[in-house]
Design a protein around this ligand. Sequence first.
Ligand SMILES: Cc1cc2nc3c(=O)[nH]c(=O)nc-3n(C[C@H](O)[C@H](O)[C@H](O)COP(=O)(O)O)c2cc1C
Length: 330
Amino acid sequence: MKTALCAMLGIETPIVQAPMGGATSPALAAAVSNAGGLGGMPLWGGGVDYLRDGLAAVRALTERPFVVNINTAFPHMELIDACLELEVPLVSLFWGASPQAIERAGSRGARVMVTVGGAREAAEAVAAGAGILVAQGWEAGGHVRGDVATMALVPAVVDAARGVPVVAAGGIADGRGMAAALALGAAGVWIGTRFLASEEAAIHAHYQRRLLDAAAGDAVWTEDLYHLGWPGAAHRTLKNATWRAWVDAGRPAPGGRPGEGERIVSGPAGEIERYTWNAPEPGETGDLDALAMYAGQGVGLVREVMPAARIVEEITRDADAILRRLAKGL
Ligand SMILES: Cc1cc2nc3c(=O)[nH]c(=O)nc-3n(C[C@H](O)[C@H](O)[C@H](O)COP(=O)(O)O)c2cc1C
């Protein structure tokens, strides 16, 4: 299946694997790219060396295009400069990218993807030089930028984008979601939660099992519940005991939350306190279920762990079949 996005990026199917901090391995990004989609690698979690090493790790596994993701809620200009030096052709900016950041990222010809949560933000990103918009709906897993659901957001962003391609994110987990997103005017889809259930995802087996067992309504918008590490940024995670105790306590602000300061998990990175933003990672032990298990509402459609390449193939095949059927008027 091809859209304008495929020609623009040199990919075979307009599926982007959402870059997911703490969950994406170079193997995942490369597997998606090698399968004809676009892998996404978050490389903002450390300094310039971390970015350089992560980039090299993906480049060692694929010669196909992939996107490097930078979180603009944290110091980022140095990382953007490193992308310029390392000739990264495709950069994604998440969380309220300033016009300066967008312009800088695109200053040497790189294409800049900007995640937006509303039409006004979309228009501003386009004016600053965004080459592709990612419209992230409220159903999305992880940190959620806006408060509009994908169904209403995508066409509004398409209208605001003035011809700049829009990629739809949030709640898309299978071929039906992809076909719907394309019908709304998107040129592609940006999928996170479904790829957490891939063999290449770098998450703890407990978290992966919880994803497979979850229903759509188990993925709740939790304000900034897991605030330690990134305060004030809302997110969507699976219901667990940490969430339940906080709800029962009347959703108190940080400082008044039940069990604050408790060290609940230990692992290679040390001990992790309740309300930290970390998701359960391989090698950790303790009360893993009490950590942030990010998931979008599409989690109810995720039933099996499979190789990332198979996810790309299956979603592409099913979306294609639906669109052909609809084109015949059936
Ligand atoms: C575990 C997890 C981590 C995420 N980390 C990032 C990140 O580092 N950068 C980013 O741009 N988006 C991040 N996101 C958001 C995704 O890019 C994407 O918008 C979202 O997963 C789409 O919704 P879906 O999960 O319903 O497919 C994350 C999402 C998840 C589930």
